[in-house]
Design a protein. Structure first.
Length: 291
């Protein structure tokens, strides 16, 4: 996940322009108790989300961002200016909304991506080939997912997915995709989990997608008969496990991202593949937690 540093004022100006006329309640996607999920409304909220990302990616996961990002203690790049930023806020925390952000996702629709140079994941995976096979479908990219340690609970996951699902419905999306990460830069240390993904949930045929050839790392590290599914599922990061429950598939090869200290796989989730269990839970109109 390479990070291109740009002037923060430009990010703020572009973000403000895209949100200045938005009705305040139209971007609230769900509430559970004191927790709320909605889109960021102001440059200062985006800045606060970048601070949360810094805390998770740098302070916890040991990512090495460019010097300016490290100095400002913000994870930010050029994409922040035109993406939408999904937030989870804890309204029980005293202070302004910026102080209440405990989780975030970065959302990028295909039309917006194409108008701004493409998808972020295309720097690692052959996204253009996937899009070319589906000219009649509209894709959205999920990225920069993170939640503060004290909030990594079922409720937060439910709200984040409530937000993603409501956003996808609102904009008529056909499929979601995005990078999901294993900690560390040695795929071999995740041989069991990666092999399980390769043998059991690999995206195939029209949904097949691989890493760019010069970055591709093999995920077929153990023969299928040597993979214990129960142990493999326990070894999966919670985010990837959550994607699989929804019905997601995974690209055929991985990428080592030294800057973020991760091994990345590509998640592909056609809307039509989302498990009926979850469609019923969140509601076909994403109304489960809406209020």
């Amino acid at each position: 996940m390479s990070v291109d540093i740009i002037n923060r004022d430009a990010v703020a100006e572009a973000s403000h322009a895209s949100r200045a006329t938005a009705p305040k309640e139209s971007d609230v996607f769900g509430r559970i108790g004191n927790l709320e999920t909605r889109l960021a409304r102001t440059p200062s909220e985006i800045d606060a989300a970048q601070a949360v990302r810094y805390r998770v990616f740098v302070e916890e996961m040991q990512a090495q961002l460019p010097a300016e990002a490290m100095r400002r203690k913000r994870d930010f790049d050029a994409y922040d200016a035109f993406c939408d930023h999904l937030l989870v806020l804890d309204r029980s925390i005293e202070g302004d909304s910026e102080d209440q952000i405990v989780g975030t996702y970065r959302l990028l629709r295909q039309d917006v991506a194409m108008a701004n140079g493409g998808f972020y994941s295309a720097s690692e995976f052959a996204i253009d080939e996937l899009l070319a096979r589906h000219p009649d479908k509209r894709f959205m990219e999920l990225g920069r997912s993170c939640v503060l340690p004290d909030y990594r609970t079922k409720r937060i996951v439910e709200l984040l997915w409530q937000g993603n699902w409501a956003y996808a419905l609102k904009h008529g999306m056909s499929a979601m995709f995005g990078c999901a990460s294993f900690p560390g830069v040695h795929p071999e240390s995740h041989a069991l989990a990666l092999s399980f993904l390769h043998h059991n949930v690999a995206a195939k045929d029209e949904w097949a997608v691989s890493a760019l050839p010069h970055l591709a790392r093999d995920m077929d590290l153990m023969p299928a008969e040597a993979v214990n599914p129960k142990r493999a599922l326990m070894a999966l990061p919670p985010l990837i496990k959550g994607y699989l429950r929804l019905g997601a598939m995974v690209g055929s090869t991985a990428v080592v991202d030294k800057a973020f200290n991760t091994t990345d796989v590509l998640i592909v989730l056609p809307i039509s593949s989302i498990s009926d269990r979850y469609l019923n839970y969140y509601g076909a109109d994403a109304g489960r937690f809406a209020s």
